[in-house]
Design a protein. Structure first.
Length: 308
């Protein structure tokens, strides 16, 4: 998308795109209009690493590294990612992006990045849902049917008394009472009738309801994680901007606050090294002492009328 000259309309588009990805950070309009890179770098970081967990995992699995990088290295990796994953070539080079100006092109670039990230996020979510559906379908096919329960052979009833008569644990024999064969047959018949009353449809419905509840719980947990991550990211961005502003204010104050100098001699002394100042002071004091001694000797000679 090329520049159109309508900066106001493009700025409004960027604002709507940021709302669509739930960006809660600072939106400095003046800095964006001036094209400052300090405003666009947090937006890129949010779109690629904080907007979607599946998207961030996908980029990390592809081998893209974004942590502990300088601004230029970060922009280079983002450009390489856009070219390889989305076949998108930005309209600005890395040098121009990290310099002031070119605000309209930077705004259009950010809108394109957000659209590509949203599209990729939707594709990843659909693929994940499809894989989950296939897994649940395979599990459903592997579940045992009730026909196997109803079609139990009647010969198993003969072996039940033998198991009770010859157990491995002798302690339990004293507590258990060996039932008669006809009582065991009646109990098995009652269990078979109760199992035959449950149809396959009810079992499948119960299984599907349990799976749906599990999926809802997992989605709610994922949404809570996303909200927490977004709030943390917005707080980090705000702290980052506050630190930048404090640093700029300190720089301005240090430049404006220049100490007043007493005299031009102070300027000359400030330019001269310290050891030269010490030597000059020593020489001046020695000259003053010699002058004082000469005057004292002359006064004594005049007093005692001695010709020197």
């Amino acid at each position: 998308m090329s520049a159109t000259g309508d900066l106001k309309n493009n700025l409004e588009k960027l604002r709507t795109q940021l709302r669509s990805i739930h960006y809660n950070g600072v939106f400095d309009v003046e800095a964006i209009i001036n094209g400052k890179p300090e405003v666009f770098l947090p937006l890129l970081n949010y779109c690629i690493l904080q907007f979607s967990k599946p998207l961030a995992k996908y980029f990390i699995q592809k081998g893209y590294i974004f942590h502990d990088l300088s601004d230029s290295k970060f922009i280079e990796t983002v450009y390489r990612l856009l070219l390889n994953e989305f076949s998108y070539t930005p309209g600005l080079s890395v040098i121009y992006f990290l310099s002031n100006g070119f605000s309209e092109r930077k705004i259009i670039f950010m809108c394109d990045v957000i659209q590509n990230c949203k599209r990729k996020h939707n594709d990843l979510v659909k693929a994940k849902r499809k894989s989950l559906y296939e897994k649940t379908k395979v599990k459903k096919d592997k579940t045992p049917k009730t026909e196997n329960v109803t079609d139990l052979p009647s010969q198993q009833t003969v072996h039940v008394p033998d198991i009770a008569r010859e157990p491995k644990h002798t302690v339990l024999i004293r507590k258990e009472v060996t039932p008669e064969p006809h009582v065991i047959r009646q109990e098995i018949h009652a269990e078979e009738s109760s199992c035959s009353d449950i149809s396959e449809d009810t079992i499948s419905k119960i299984y599907e309801a349990i799976q749906q509840m599990g999926a809802r719980l997992s989605e709610s947990v994922a949404k809570l994680d996303d909200k927490v991550d977004k709030n943390l990211s917005s707080l980090r961005d705000r702290v980052f901007l506050i630190e930048r502003r404090v640093q700029t204010i300190e720089d301005k104050y240090s430049k404006q606050h220049v100490p007043l100098e007493a005299s031009p001699n102070a300027k000359a002394e400030s330019r001269t090294p310290i050891f030269q100042r010490v030597e000059n002071k020593k020489s001046s004091t020695s000259v003053n002492v010699s002058r004082d001694t000469d005057e004292f000797i002359n006064q004594l000679a005049l007093k005692h009328k001695v010709n020197l």
